[in-house]
Ligand binder design. Structure first.
Ligand code: ASP
Ligand code: MG
Length: 433
């Protein structure tokens, strides 16, 4: 059996659903298949906006919800000619779930609210996909991922409780697969033991597919994307980008750790531990070979460039000019953990300590509030983190054109730099080839 994951770009409109359906129908004839789908297009971003509005302007949040609903009804209408009544009802019910949360006026933590609302993106897209596949003659079973994937209650970054999850996946899905049903479920979302919705972190649908692949001991997991496979750099930002035909699990873990967006960082580990191959393929050209990620092979890699934007450097210095010693660092790391701030790069000097982190204003603000008694804190924003795996010195000047390097580190095969765009110069971004 295989697990397929289709991201938001593959189902951004009616044609997208048609294309996904043709891929699923083709494989599903001869193969047991579990299909994991993300929210359509940019729906998750839209829902994020709606969620922040719930706290400042609930009326506007309701309007945004209505827009999300309309968008999906329109896609379904275009697909079916006229939306089937039961699908319209399902979409309506998922939106009502969100409405209740928007209207609730008891005080609720942001991350909790986020997860109760964000899930409707995936729930609705999977409903549309199920209905469409079914109307095309496929035997489909729609499964609510929240009934099989159980996590703790770390909202927005929930940790999987493996034992229950594995049991539920096997007990629920195996009988369906044995009965030759194609299972359609949602990526990204899960639930806590108390039955609250949780989510696995942005772009978490890949991880969902890996959890399912691992529990079901799949022969292969397939991520269907709008690119031909894993590339040596983002083609929107760089020229001369090529596809990597093969990658080891380890290289893939390294790349995703450094911010390569093609696969969610948590995806590889469950696959590696079961030796399940991961194929990254193009939904625009399903017959093309794509990238195969599998057991650690002795591969030679070309330079691989990962650019992460929206980074901040936080500088901590001791107020009394005392040296930054181990106990300071231990304390700071405790706080990073508490506020769920992932350190991408760090540097210490005698009296200061700097970390490069993704710019998450809410988390950074909460952190600063806790340390400003003891430390002087400065934050530099609008930075980028440039990582080059398997770097070659000759390529670096070109990559740094119009950039100022603020922090640099070379460790074996990896060169990392925190960079800033040179002032008063508009960054030149060359288009895809
Ligand atoms: N829809 C979610 C997101 O946009 C999850 C995913 O697409 O993997 O982050
Ligand atoms: Mg996505």
């Amino acid at each position: 059996m295989k697990v397929f994951k289709f991201g938001g770009a593959s189902v951004k409109n009616a044609d997208g659903f048609r294309n996904v359906s043709s891929i699923v129908s083709k494989y599903g004839k001869s193969e047991a298949l579990v299909v994991v789908v993300s929210a359509t297009g940019k729906t998750t971003n839209q829902l994020e906006e709606l969620i922040s509005k719930k706290f400042s302007n609930p009326g506007e949040a309701m309007e945004l919800l209505q827009a999300v609903k309309e968008k999906h009804l329109q896609i379904a209408n275009e697909l079916f000619g006229n939306i089937p009544a039961d699908l319209a009802q399902q979409i309506h019910e998922h939106c009502v779930e969100a409405e209740w949360v928007i209207e609730e006026d008891r005080e609720m933590a942001y991350d909790y609210v986020y997860d109760q609302i964000i899930c409707i993106g995936e729930l609705i897209s999977s409903r549309i996909l199920s209905a469409w596949l079914q109307s095309n003659g496929n035997a489909i079973e729609w499964i609510d991922a929240r009934s099989i994937i159980q996590t703790d209650d770390t909202y927005r970054d929930a940790r999987v409780q493996w034992e229950v999850t594995n049991d539920r996946i096997k007990n629920t899905l195996n009988p369906l697969l044995n009965a030759h049903k194609v299972v359609v479920t949602q990526g990204f979302i899960a639930s806590s033991a108390e039955n609250n919705s949780t989510s696995l972190g942005r772009e978490g649908s890949d991880y969902t597919a890996a959890i399912l692949s691992s529990a079901l001991a799949a022969d292969g997991m397939y991520i269907w994307k709008d690119v031909p496979g894993v590339l040596t750099a983002d083609p929107d930002l760089y020229d001369h980008v090529t596809k990597l035909d093969r990658l080891s699990y380890t290289e893939a873990i390294e790349m995703t750790y450094y911010g390569c967006k093609v696969i969610h960082p948590k995806t590889i580990q469950p696959l590696k531990s079961k030796g399940i191959p991961l194929f990254v393929k193009s939904f625009l050209d399903p017959a093309a070979e794509g990238t195969l990620i599998s057991d650690d092979l002795d591969l030679e890699y070309p330079p691989i460039v990962v650019l992460e934007d929206d980074q901040s450097l936080i500088h901590f210095s001791s107020k009394d000019l005392s040296f930054i010693a181990e106990h300071h660092l231990a304390h700071l790391f405790e706080l990073f953990k508490k506020h769920r701030i992932k350190v991408n790069m760090m540097r210490n000097t005698a009296i200061s300590f700097s970390v490069c982190v993704r710019n998450d204003p809410q988390r950074i603000k909460a952190l600063i509030k806790e340390v400003e008694q003891d430390y002087k804190v400065l934050v530099d924003q609008d930075l980028e983190l440039l990582t080059i795996r398997h770097y070659q010195d000759a390529m670096i000047p070109k990559l740094l054109e119009e950039k100022i390097v603020i922090l640099e580190e070379r460790i074996r095969k990896t060169l990392q730099m925190v960079v800033k765009n040179a002032p008063a110069i508009v960054p030149k971004k060359s288009g895809p080839n």
